[in-house]
Design a binder for this molecule. Structure first.
Ligand SMILES: [Zn+2]
Length: 383
């Protein structure tokens, strides 16, 4: 293996990506730091999964593989040789059964109690008009397995880009923010440069139905397109959202004009029924947030079972596949539909049914590809 990799790095590789473990990493774990790494690895896995396995009798689905993992752990703990095959079977078994860390690619932060107030939400919204800060989010999200979140703008005030960055600086559950700047404005580049200095600033949001702005009209203007090119050159993302099917063609035209720009469409499931998405299907730089999935029926109820939403999810899957769909809760906006865990428990079984690789992509790997967010806590997967 490449001799420079430290034990932590190898451990991270083994822990988070056993599917991607290359020969070098395996050799490193087996040879260089065998005793420590293997013992630590399986000790950790058994603590997390093994105890539950004993209690539930089912977390590790294949008892034979569990036995292999346990065997490898005992050998490693006692400082004994572990052959490559034992290690691989054990590592694979442990990896397949560990919980998948979740990055929530869409939450909002605001504080109506601050002196200057907020442009959104409105005062008369009893559900939303209270502080939405990382501390409250963490309490709700952590028990669901969420280890990080990307904030999406909810204010047109320039200094609120800074306010979010300042709030995020104090809580490492926030791994990025998508701000609010206008690419068509003369001051755009200077503002972009200013906020992009902070690595947590991962892009901007601009779209129909937001702040009375109109993407379709703006993309006719050379200055707007030049702004988007600057955004792409900075490696940042354009988030967009709209209630009208015309958004789909507009996003296609954005990517025609600025092919290097990654675009994330927010809340697409709210377009109901879904428009024809095939035009976007063959554009690999276009991602879709599977957020705001829940629908309110005419009788006021909000169905909470995956089967009700399966056709919509399957349509998105058939167009965008396993590499371009991301999880986003839209907290605290989601409270307008249902408690936080309801939507998660709609999308989780759907993506679980697509297999472990797809589930990991949906819950965190695709958000790395789209946003290149910043890992800030040890419980967050590597970027
Ligand atoms: Zn939102």
């Amino acid at each position: 293996m490449g001799g420079g990799a430290g034990i932590n790095q190898l451990f991270q590789q083994a822990f988070y990506g056993s599917g991607d473990l290359d020969d070098g990493a395996i050799e490193g774990l087996l040879v260089g730091a065998r005793r420590l790494a293997v013992a630590a690895y399986f000790a950790h896995e058994l603590e997390r999964g093994g105890g539950d396995f004993v209690a539930s009798g089912g977390l590790v689905r294949d008892p034979q593989n569990f036995n292999a993992a346990a065997h490898a752990f005992i050998l490693g703990r006692n400082g004994m040789e572990i052959d490559r095959r034992t290690f691989l079977i054990g590592a694979t078994a442990a990896a397949q059964d560990r919980p998948i860390p979740i990055i929530d690619a869409h939450i909002h932060l605001f504080d109506p109690t601050r002196p200057q107030g907020v442009p959104w939400p409105p005062k008369d919204n009893a559900i939303l008009y209270k502080p939405a800060l990382p501390e409250r989010y963490r309490k709700i999200a952590s028990p669901q397995g969420i280890v990080g979140a990307i904030e999406a703008e909810c204010s047109t005030w320039l200094e609120d880009n800074q306010w979010v960055l300042d709030v995020a600086a104090k809580d490492s559950i926030i791994v990025g923010t998508v701000g609010n700047l206008e690419p068509g404005k003369p001051e755009f580049r200077a503002q972009l440069e200013r906020f992009h200095k902070n690595p947590l600033f991962r892009g901007i949001r601009y779209g129909d139905s937001l702040w009375d702005r109109h993407l379709g009209a703006e993309i006719q203007k050379p200055q707007f397109i030049a702004g988007l090119k600057a955004l792409a050159e900075a490696g940042l993302v354009l988030d967009t959202v709209g209630a009208d099917a015309s958004l789909i063609g507009e996003v296609a035209r954005v990517t025609d004009k600025v092919p290097g720009l990654r675009v994330v469409i927010d809340h697409l499931p709210q377009m109901h029924p879904l428009p024809d998405l095939r035009e976007l299907g063959n554009r690999p730089q276009v991602y879709v947030k599977v957020s705001e999935v829940l629908l309110r029926l005419e009788n006021g109820s909000v169905p909470a079972n995956v089967d009700f939403y399966r056709d919509t999810l399957e349509q998105l899957w058939s167009v965008f596949g396993e590499d371009r769909l991301l999880y986003g809760s839209d907290w605290p906006n989601s409270d307008l539909w249902a408690p936080f865990d309801v939507e998660l428990n709609v999308v989780r079984p759907f993506f679980h049914g697509k297999g472990r690789v797809a589930e990991e992509k949906f819950f965190w790997k695709n958000s790395v590809a789209a946003y290149r967010w910043v890992k800030r806590e040890s419980g967050q997967p590597p970027v």
